[in-house]
Design a protein around this ligand. Structure first.
Ligand code: KPL
Length: 291
């Protein structure tokens, strides 16, 4: 996602520095070209500055954190000397938890969270394939963000990213979490594409069981969507049928998944309301043992 955003922001003419872990720096070519291929296979290339994360060398004015949820804390620890109270921080993580942690840790900063449905994958370092156009909802997490919301939103526009400001990002994050909690873990369990969960058999029944539990939690938390959750999840699995979910990609590339911030958060929320989420618990147990 970081590469997708960097490529699109550069295309718009924004200056942009990619901060990466030192051990990954040698993967990037000396030309520092970021390549983007649109969903309809139109390529574009832009130069980009790449630096090691612990040496941005100057105070950061605008920071987009595009790591997985599990990486946010250490990124902020590393970058702390370069963050001032006015640094604008945009969080792109899946799931829930990190957004509130960051807002608590930097209460004076303008902080926004995004909920993203674009599909993207890296063909190679700095070479991103935009797999499917999606929607990005962006909403403020702190009062300082609310105060400059319109200006921030206007400055972010970039080609091929469909951005929409929302007042209640929490609602969007919960809805995305709900969909991901039903789809992502199952694609890891059955080692399949999103669409292959709709098999009219065991996988689909498993999906339905997760959806039933998730819908109860959404209802208790006050975030039930207008459309029944099962039909929404089925629609997303079908529309992204050829994609491998982000959790599947993480698991098969031996990276930690974000399921603790997705199903883990759902299970914690269910406990608050005394709701039975045994299908989610069983799924997490199986995956934690397997991965
Ligand atoms: O958001 C996704 C993800 O993979 O994390 C879905 C909607 C499941 C699309 O792949």
């Amino acid at each position: 996602m970081g590469c997708l955003w960097a490529a699109r922001l550069r295309e718009k003419g924004h200056s942009c520095t990619l901060l990466v872990q030192s051990e990954r720096l040698n993967q990037y070519s000396k030309s520092n070209l970021v390549s983007y291929t649109s969903p309809d296979q139109v390529p574009s290339h832009n130069t980009i500055e790449v630096k090691v994360i612990d040496s941005p060398e100057q105070v950061i004015n605008n920071l987009i954190i595009a790591t997985k949820a599990g990486g946010v804390e250490s990124v902020l620890d590393t970058l702390k000397p370069w963050i001032k109270n006015t640094t604008r921080i945009l969080l792109l993580q899946n799931g829930m938890g990190t957004q509130h942690q960051v807002a608590q840790a930097f209460p004076e900063n303008p902080i926004w969270a995004a909920s993203i449905t674009d599909g993207a994958w890296l063909k190679s370092p700095l070479n991103v394939q935009h797999a499917g156009y999606g929607q990005t909802f962006i909403g403020p997490m702190t009062a300082a963000a609310e105060a400059i919301n319109d200006e921030f939103y206007r400055s972010l526009q970039a080609p091929a990213l469909s951005l929409e400001p929302v007042d209640n990002i929490e609602h969007k994050l919960w809805l995305k979490l709900a969909i991901n909690s039903c789809v992502n873990g199952l694609t890891v369990l059955y080692r399949c594409r999103n669409g292959e969960l709709l098999d009219g058999g065991e996988r689909e029944q498993h999906l339905q069981a997760l959806c039933r539990e998730t819908a109860q939690v959404l209802q208790a938390a006050g975030y039930l969507p207008e459309q029944p959750l099962l039909s929404l999840v089925t629609q997303v699995a079908a529309a992204t049928g050829n994609n491998y979910s982000s959790s599947y990609q993480d698991a098969t590339n031996n990276r930690p998944t974000e399921l603790a911030w997705i199903n883990g958060v759902l299970i914690k929320e269910a406990t608050k309301y005394g709701l039975d989420v045994s299908a989610h618990k069983a799924l997490m147990r199986t995956l934690n043992e397997a991965y």
